[in-house]
Design a binder for this molecule. Structure first.
Ligand code: NAD
Ligand code: TYD
Length: 359
């Protein structure tokens, strides 16, 4: 495949996918389209800026004409769709933004691909990246989510992602669009915006700020390192069956309170503080509205059919992640001060495309 469109490539997971794709597939041109919301940060992509096979386009996936133009202008043959509003707490504050980007934005891309490919689907792929949160909340003793689990989303975020999954399947069933979908568990790793649990808590431990635990902190999440997710995306894009769904997860369930103890122990140790001294920062706060009790994902289909395995042991992943945040205070300071948002304008003014345009 020559030309691939990656949406949301300036975000957390997207930037890992873009960096690895640009390096791994030099014969493939990666067009990264991103609106650069608060979560999009071009500093995540310094490693690939200027590479021959990389192009950045600043655009909103809600702009249908802009999406149509991208498909024709760059002869797009494959899509990895990651652009989304991704934080549950923000979806509680502003559900409309989630419906706009996650539902309407996805619909725009599906329609733009359908029109551009005009039934010629040979060698084409539309890969929609989704979350395990569409399956809802599990009881403590329930088996993990499989691909056959009924959708039961509870937050505006998960409801918007569930809608986009249904639309992607509908485009496969109705128009024959070569859609692939994956639903992944909670990711962690470098470049994650410090509003999500793991980077927020590492940042607050460093700053000796309170660690806000929602409710009793007994909620369970199944954590996967972002590079393991990016590897699964590559594998499914190339080898997954069209029209199929794959669950991705680490088989790595943690209650928030237990995970926080690991974060404190590892980060204190890296900072040279007495082990566990940051436990005094733990502060129980009001629970999140509609807080899902437990997510756990069964990824045996992906393991059995495509041979994927999570590679990084959890404590090692947490150690590397904490190390990365400690080694990159500039990244964290830019993100927390909002300075990174001016980077693009300072570097590129009003230009919307950066990179090599010769098509
Ligand atoms: P993120 O919030 O870090 O990044 C999202 C990116 O999308 C940002 O660069 C942002 O600027 C861009 N974006 C947002 N709205 C846009 C719009 N209207 N037009 C163009 N670009 C827009 O998110 P993430 O954590 O990297 O998640 C990426 C994808 O993976 C999402 O679809 C998310 O639902 C899914 N996912 C995330 C996780 C997780 O744990 N983070 C787990 C499973 C699935
Ligand atoms: P989060 O990283 O927001 O991911 P998600 O809600 O998509 O699973 O939250 C992970 C868990 O941590 C979730 O149970 C909510 C909890 N949490 C806190 O207790 N305090 C916090 O400040 C945050 C951001 C999350």
């Amino acid at each position: 495949m020559k030309n691939i469109l990656i949406t949301g490539g300036a975000g957390f997971i997207g930037s890992h996918v873009v960096r690895s794709w640009v390096k791994r597939y030099p014969g493939c041109r990666v067009v990264n389209v991103d609106k650069l919301t608060y979560a999009g940060n071009l500093a995540n992509l310094k490693e690939v800026e200027g590479k021959e096979n990389y192009l950045f386009v600043r655009a909103d996936i809600c702009d249908f004409e802009a999406m149509r133009e991208l498909f024709t202008r760059y002869a797009i043959e494959g899509v990895i769709h990651l652009a989304a509003e991704s934080h549950v707490d923000r979806s509680i504050e502003d559900p409309f933004a989630f419906a706009r980007t996650n539902v309407m934005g996805t619909l725009n891309l599906l329609q733009a691909a359908t029109l551009a490919w005009a039934g010629d689907h040979a060698g084409k792929v539309f890969y929609h990246v989704s979350t395990d949160e569409v399956y809802g909340s599990l009881a403590a003793d329930a088996p993990p989510f499989t691909e056959a689990t009924r959708y039961d989303p509870h937050s505006p975020y998960s409801a918007s992602k569930a809608s986009s999954d249904h639309l992607a399947r509908a485009f496969h069933d109705t128009y024959g669009l070569p859609v692939k979908i994956s639903n992944c568990s909670n990711n962690y790793g470098p470049y994650q915006f410090p509003e999500k649990l793991i980077p927020l808590f590492i940042h607050n431990i460093v700053q000796e700020k309170p660690l806000p635990v929602y409710g009793k902190g007994e909620n369970v999440r199944d954590w996967l390192h972002v590079e393991d997710h990016a590897r699964a995306i590559d594998l499914i894009f190339h080898e997954g069956r069209v029209g199929d769904t794959y669950n991705i997860g680490g088989g790595n369930e943690w209650r928030n309170v237990d995970l926080i103890k690991v974060l404190i122990r590892v980060t204190d140790e890296l900072l040279g503080r007495p082990a566990g001294s940051s436990a005094r920062l733990i502060t129980h706060v009001t629970d999140r509205a509609g807080h899902d009790a437990r997510y756990a994902i069964d990824s045996s289909k992906l393991q059995r059919e495509l041979g994927w395995r999570p590679s990084l042991p959890f404590e090692e992943g947490i150690r590397r992640t904490a190390r990365w945040y400690l080694d990159n205070p500039g990244w964290l300071a830019g993100v927390t001060s909002g300075e990174y948002r001016h980077y693009y304008e300072k570097m590129y003014g009003t230009r919307t495309t950066i990179g090599h345009e010769n098509s």
